[in-house]
Design a binder for this molecule. Structure first.
Ligand code: S3P
Length: 436
């Protein structure tokens, strides 16, 4: 496991240049899962070589799938077919990765062998009833801890039944979990979401030739399909690009182009929100790559203003709020976020942890039950704690661009869960970031 790492960012500077940030995390997880269950050999390019996606990759190796790579983002998966996974000899340790645990719980509930899912302290404190409860309705037997957290002990009974499920929260992880379980259930599994969430599972299933019906907010699947190996080209992760969308917006004299970014409409809330705040973001060279829209994003400095963030954009920017709070701190006037209670159960309580850090830096940031109120102004100097949350660590690094003095950020090792190259790429663009 990684040791403790402290970041320090010196104040000021501009961001300038052209970079390609690493591959999309959500798609990388799904490429391993579906590639493993496919008939034939799947080649993946642009795979995210970071701890979370590697947790998924190692889990499938532990279930007997031969996977080569990643080497320069290339992974070769020798699919074993829908019923070809083998019982893992040990509990599957999934580190910090909520996506691995929630998606795998559905997939494993449909197998004919037992399995156990574990994770680090953060993952083992995150809510899992949101997946175990609907899976139980499908007939799955999953033992959690008393408060509904992992370790999860999954009984492989091989007799799931389809359900018609209205999701109480907008969560792509819950939706994906149930669709994966639905591949092993008798009858239709019908999942309806209360608001659009990322649809990479549905798109990738289609790419592998597995029938999944989509009708408005409802997705339907059954156990009659088969996955056929394919080629997957994973674009850059807009959630990683987001740090530079904000950084180049708030730092004077900045001009950054982010190449080959995935702009699936269920992921682009960060662009919409920043544009509403007055950001200058151009979407260039739009194209379609393997069923997913991709573009280059050019962003230049601008004067941001505070806004009331429209609630329908919340699920479409769910991972980008830590850095959007930094944008709000640099904006003129008040920014109000509501309807974002989910942020409290991410890798950390992102409402509390960001409010605490921003307050240490002298920003007027007031946490609320389901969001935050930030009055833009000066960012000061100080020492903040990321609480082991990768996106918090990177967000406070970006805040350095407008700070009056150095910012020291503790507990940053988990940046490696999603974006190992962050420090190198950020410093290449002009951020004065070092590890101390
Ligand atoms: C993800 C879905 C989101 C997101 C997470 C990745 C996915 O979680 O926060 O980082 O790949 O499906 P929720 O669906 O629980 O909101």
């Amino acid at each position: 496991m990684s040791q403790s790492i402290t970041f320090q960012v010196q104040p000021g500077g501009s961001l300038r240049g052209e970079i390609r940030v690493p591959g999309d995390k959500s798609m990388s997880h799904r490429s391993i899962m579906l590639g493993s269950l496919a008939e034939g050999v799947t080649h993946v390019r642009g795979f995210l070589n970071a701890e979370d996606a590697m947790s998924t990759l190692e889990a499938f190796r532990a279930m007997g799938v031969k996977i080569e790579g990643p080497v320069n983002g290339e992974v070769t998966i020798h699919g074993v077919g829908k019923h070809g996974l083998q019982a893992p000899a040990q509990p599957l340790y999934l580190g910090n990765s909520g996506t691995s645990m929630r998606l795998l719980s559905g997939l494993l509930a449909g197998q004919s062998f037992d399995s156990v899912l574990t994770g680090d302290k953060s993952l083992e404190s995150r809510p899992m009833r949101r997946v175990t409860a609907p899976l139980a309705l499908m007939g799955a037997e999953i033992e959690t801890q008393e408060n509904g957290t992992a370790p999860l002990h999954i009984k492989g009974k091989g007799n799931l039944k389809g359900i018609n499920y209205e999701m109480p929260i907008a969560s792509a992880q819950v939706k994906s979990c149930l669709l994966l379980a639905g591949m092993y259930a008798e009858g239709d599994t019908v999942v309806t979401e209360p608001a659009p969430t990322r649809d990479h599972t549905e798109r990738m299933l289609t790419g592998f030739g597995y029938p999944v019906k989509r009708d408005g907010s409802t997705a339907t699947i059954n156990n009659q399909g088969q996955l056929t190996a394919t080629q997957i080209d994973v674009p850059s992760d807009i959630s990683s690009a987001a740090f530079f969308l904000v950084g180049a917006s708030i730092a004077p004299d900045s001009d950054v182009t982010l190449k080959h970014v995935g702009i699936n409409p269920t992921r682009t809330g960060v662009i919409d929100i920043l544009r509403l705040m007055g950001a200058d973001i151009e979407v260039l060279n739009q194209r379609s790559v393997g069923g997913e829209p991709v573009a280059d994003l050019r962003v230049r400095s601008s004067k941001l203003k505070g806004i009331d963030i429209p609630e329908h954009l919340v699920p479409l920017a769910i991972d980008e709020f830590p850095v959007l709070f930094v944008a709000a701190a640099c904006a003129e006037g008040r920014t109000v976020l509501t309807g974002a209670k989910e942020l409290r159960v991410k890798e950390s309580d992102r409402i509390q942890v960001m409010a605490d850090g921003l307050q240490i830096l002298g920003v007027d940031a007031q946490p609320t039950e389901d969001g935050m109120v930030i009055n833009g102004g000066a960012i000061g100097t100080g020492r903040v704690d990321s609480h082991g949350d990768h996106r918090i660590a990177m967000s406070f690094s970006i805040a350095g661009l407008r700070a009056s003095g150095a910012i020291t950020i503790d507990d940053c090792a988990n940046v490696n869960t999603s974006f190992k190259e962050f420090k190198d790429l950020a410093t290449q663009l002009g951020l004065k970031l070092s590890v101390i």
